[in-house]
Ligand binder design. Sequence first.
Ligand code: FE2
Length: 284
Amino acid sequence: MSVPSLTADQQAGWRDDGYLVMPDFVEPSQVEALTARVGEMVADLARSPGEAATIFSTTQKSHAQDRYFLDSGDKVRAFFEEGAFDDDGRLLVPMDRALNKLGHAMHDLDPVFDRFSRTPQMAALAADLGFVDPLLVQSMVIFKPPHIGGEVVCHCDHAFLWTEPQTVTGFWFALQDATVENGCMWAIPGGQAGPARTRFRLEDAGTTTDVFDPTPYDMDLLVPLEVQAGTLIAFSGLLPHWSPPNTSDRARLAYTLHIIDAAADYPADNWLQRGADLPLRGFV
Ligand code: FE2
């Protein structure tokens, strides 16, 4: 990895735009190591999809699907695209085309992702971005398979990982080139200056979304962040971002890590909660 001591331009970009694009942050050998590990996990799932096959065998949003998601904050679970399984739990497409994501504690439970996510370079970048006591709260492998990976509607991550004050920051690592054709991330530069318009949270046995401002994001303000494999996009939890469907023949594999500051309050009604046996940790 390169040493992420931010230049004055990068600091200004972070402050003004709400994100930083850092090409070659990840060395090719690390991209290969993560991609190989993902390949092993996909092969394991293909051999034995386990409970996921049952839970995703219906396209109806079910209580079981909700629990499977809400209990995944301290686990590594597989999430599938709509229609990946038939009603009997049989896979309808190859496993690497069926997966939407893996999450949400890869960085604590998988040694390869743990090593990747906790490096002095990563810690230095977080410090440069203002973190005093960073905690790694969430990680995901995002597949975005060719012709199948769907749209992710425009949102900001603070809406899903709330802290008081707002501290959540996303580190998004391209493991394959991301372009307009295969559904790269788009963002609204400067959009982090506004507050979150919604908040997704636990309520009773389920979830709810508080709407503070029903105004839709202005999609005309989005700019595409086309990047090569090995690029890190660091972005504010308030930055509105979006990604279109992958209409190309090329996969768009990515790894994301979300960081919060321990000094901020992490509400008990955030969807992502940890069991006592897996407390949140920082970069060491
Ligand atoms: Fe997001």
